[in-house]
Design a protein around this ligand. Structure first.
Ligand code: DGY
Length: 328
């Protein structure tokens, strides 16, 4: 029997690649950067399956070009780069990788929060520049984390995992989510707040919502102006949840104290962008899930979804489950 043809848009950990290589005719894009759109369109044209990353724009055009496409499997939990409606309309299930990156991302959210609050990158730069000449009573003063108020926007898996860590810092924890979570309120001692109240009361505001029409530019000029001038914004969700131009002004003009960003808009952010040179902004290259074990789990899960779809089975982790009801 002919093996199904699959296109893998980048080299991923071998634990994910080897089962795909074994079961399929695998074509692997070896570029360091994502395949250009014309390559993507050409490759999907005769593919049964696509294993992609969050950097690949899987829009309606790509989905339409994949005349034989039976499954799309993304090695990421977020699927805002994929036109789910178009995939569902074509009856194509889309796999993703929820759960396995929750703890790594929550750990890293705290790394960002602490780096910005305690000015770690500035301290490193200071030492490297040879400026450390003595212990300074007023040098590089930061913000307390212990017993501060943390505002979590989006209390899904990652938001809840961040709340669990915040309890260890005796923080007061507020959350805003369109779906109120009484179960987590009881379990984690988090308090629901309307968005404006959360923004006004929090010392740290951390974003853990998906990017969609409702959350695009959720943190805009109005939201930033509601925050405390001493507050710190953390974004490990998606860049466009924050209005970048407004954030540059907020950081330059002191509407808020600092920001720490794992994700940006645009992404990648050019090195000459103002956010990169502002001393009160920590920017890192979308690495919240970047641990060896987490990326291996993500790759394994992406392969499992892909192979299940090719066998005509329900995907273990499907981002558009209505594809199954639509089919029935
Ligand atoms: C995801 O999986 O959506 C994350 O952004 C990857 O770090």
């Amino acid at each position: 029997m002919m093996k199904p043809v699959v296109f893998v848009t980048r080299r991923i950990p071998e634990v994910g690649l080897s089962p795909v290589r074994e079961a399929c005719q695998m074509r692997l894009w070896e570029g360091e950067l994502p395949p250009p759109k014309d390559v993507l369109l050409r490759e999907v044209a005769d593919c049964d399956g696509l294993l992609c990353l969050l950097t690949d724009p899987i829009d309606a055009e790509v989905i339409a070009a994949g005349a034989r496409l039976r499954v799309i499997s993304q090695m990421a939990v977020g699927v805002d780069n994929i036109d789910l409606k178009a995939a569902t309309a074509r009856g194509i299930p889309v796999g993703h990788t929820p759960g396995v990156l929750t703890e790594a991302t929550a750990d890293f959210t705290f790394a960002l929060l602490m780096a910005a609050a305690r000015r770690v990158p500035e301290g490193v730069d200071y030492v490297r520049a040879g400026k450390w000449r003595t212990w300074e009573p007023m040098g590089l003063l930061g913000m307390d984390i212990w017993q501060a108020t943390l505002g979590i926007i989006g209390l899904g898996r990652i938001g809840a995992a961040v709340a669990r860590r915040a309890r260890g810092f005796a923080m007061r924890i507020l959350y805003y989510d369109p779906a109120r979570r009484p179960d987590l309120e009881a379990e984690l001692g988090v308090e629901y707040a309307e968005l404006d109240d959360l923004l006004a009361q929090s010392d740290f505001v951390t974003l853990h919502c998906p990017l969609n029409a409702e959350t695009y530019h959720l943190i805009d000029e109005r939201a930033l102006r509601r925050m405390k001038p001493t507050a710190i914004l953390i974004n490990a969700a998606r860049g466009p949840v924050v209005d970048t131009a407004a954030l540059v002004r907020a950081l330059s003009e002191g509407w808020i104290r600092a920001a720490a960003l794992d994700v940006t808009d645009p992404e990648p952010i050019p090195p000459d962008h103002p956010l990169v040179s502002l001393p009160n902004c920590v920017v890192v290259p979308h690495i919240a899930s970047a641990t060896v074990a987490t990326r291996e789990r993500m790759a394994t899960m992406a392969a499992e979804n892909l192979l299940a779809g090719l066998r005509g089975e329900r995907l273990p982790y499907c981002a558009n489950p209505d594809v199954y009801t639509a089919r029935a």
